[in-house]
Design a protein around this ligand. Structure first.
Ligand code: CMC
Length: 378
């Protein structure tokens, strides 16, 4: 039975309609973040995302999300998170070259899966530290270099960049990565957060919930888009080629990466927060202003073509477009972009998992059977 036939059947039977992709379904109450798709607003625990990004360190955003969900969370998470990075580094010994040469998310997921489950603050901090420590190690070992141990005295963002490159980051670079990690730290009931909440609702433990989140994030329709954004920009090459290239992509039935969103019907506010961070970084770089101007030209062409292609469906720039530019400017390779997304979103997954444990029931929706009638077994 096709979905259309199943819908007709359900209407006739006066049973609730299936919501494809659970669109419009409300499955949780949360104090963590509010995504207003019509107005293009994202509020994280009472703060507009554009006010948090560029002002708060990632440690502060994680504290904001954890507040009330871990009773023993200190007001400054930075020292405990630094110590957790050192603990996470102990797991890097399990990383061999074969694993490091796999897809970076798969390698990071394998290391994460080694961590024990638990529901307490030390487990949560280890899980926040893990993507930040494992990603640089995976990138370096894949290139035949030794992993660099964390420096617990540095800020989380500065340490990530130092562990990746082996040399200290500038303050401007650390601030740009902080702006990114804060911008993506939470975003309502997105696919990965929902996956994390489902697993948390079974009381499996925080590591299991984070693994579920990471697995959902990996897909190109969610957190896997920024790598393909760079591929798209590189393939377009010049502003004059933007329109013909994008038209050909749509004619093939491809989706333009970095555009469209399930909830936002206007521009994703995170795109602007990140564009501001890229602009700040561009003022201290010689190559970035040209790349930014080119990306803006591609964005303008893409928005125009999407309007012509789908006049009834507002498709605007999403977070991934400027994520790609920002992470590229920080010298991070496209293969690591989804891992870096996970570095930011992990605090959101953990806070949602704790919120689900505190007040939620087991998440167990129903399906409608549209297969053959029961028959006698032969
Ligand atoms: N390029 C071209 N067409 C698009 C795009 C796009 N980027 N996004 C949606 N459409 C079309 C789609 O083909 C469909 O057309 P039709 O009805 O003729 O089949 C229509 O718009 C509705 O799309 P949908 O798949 O029903 O919408 P959705 O809410 O399920 O999809 C989305 C949301 C993000 C998966 C989608 O917009 C997309 O695939 N975008 C490209 C990938 C991307 O940038 N992902 C990052 C998302 S933001 C990070 C996050 O918060 O997760």
């Amino acid at each position: 039975m096709t979905v259309k036939v199943a819908r007709r059947f359900l209407r006739r039977e006066r049973r609730p309609l299936i919501s494809d992709g659970l669109e419009g379904v409300i499955a949780a109450r949360t104090v963590l973040s509010d995504v207003d798709g019509a107005k293009g607003r994202l509020v994280i625990r009472g703060y507009a995302v554009e006010d948090l990004a560029g002002r708060a360190r990632y440690e502060d955003a994680a504290h904001l999300l954890f507040d009330g969900f871990f009773e023993d969370a200190p007001s400054d998470l930075a020292p405990a998170l630094g110590a957790a990075r050192v603990r996470a580094f102990g797991e890097v010994a399990a990383l061999d070259e074969g694993l490091a040469r796999r897809d970076a998310v798969e390698a990071m997921r394998a290391l994460l899966a080694r961590l024990p489950d638990g529901d307490d603050l030390p487990t949560a901090l280890l899980l926040v530290a893990a993507p930040a420590v494992f990603t640089p190690a995976v990138l370096r070992v894949a290139k035949g270099e030794s992993p660099v141990a964390p420096d617990p005295a540095l800020s989380h963002a500065a340490d990530v960049l130092r562990m990746t490159r082996g040399t200290p980051a500038t303050d401007a670079e650390a601030a740009a990565l902080d702006a990114y990690l804060v911008t993506v730290c939470d975003h309502g009931l997105n696919a990965s957060t929902f996956a994390a909440r489902v697993v948390a609702s079974t009381r499996a433990g925080l590591t299991s919930a984070v693994l579920a989140g990471l697995s959902a994030l990996k897909g190109p329709l969610h957190g896997g888009a920024p790598g393909p954004v760079i591929e798209m920009l590189d393939a377009i090459g010049t502003p004059a080629n933007a329109r013909p290239w994008l038209e050909r992509a749509l004619a093939r039935g491809d989706r333009l990466m970095g555009f469209g969103h399930r909830i936002y019907r206007v521009r994703d506010p995170r795109a602007d927060a990140l564009k501001t961070a890229v602009r700040k970084l561009a003022s201290a770089s010689s190559a970035l202003p040209g790349r930014l101007a080119f990306a803006e030209a591609v964005e303008t062409a893409a928005l125009q073509i999407l309007r012509e292609h789908k006049p009834d469906r507002p498709l605007d720039t999403n977070v991934e477009f400027y994520t790609a530019l920002l992470l590229e400017a920080l010298g991070l390779p496209p293969s690591s972009f989804t891992c870096v997304f996970a570095m930011g979103r992990v605090a959101g997954w953990l806070a949602h998992a704790r919120e689900q444990l505190a007040g939620g029931r087991l998440i167990r929706p129903q399906s409608v059977y549209v297969g053959p009638e029961a028959r006698a077994a032969a």
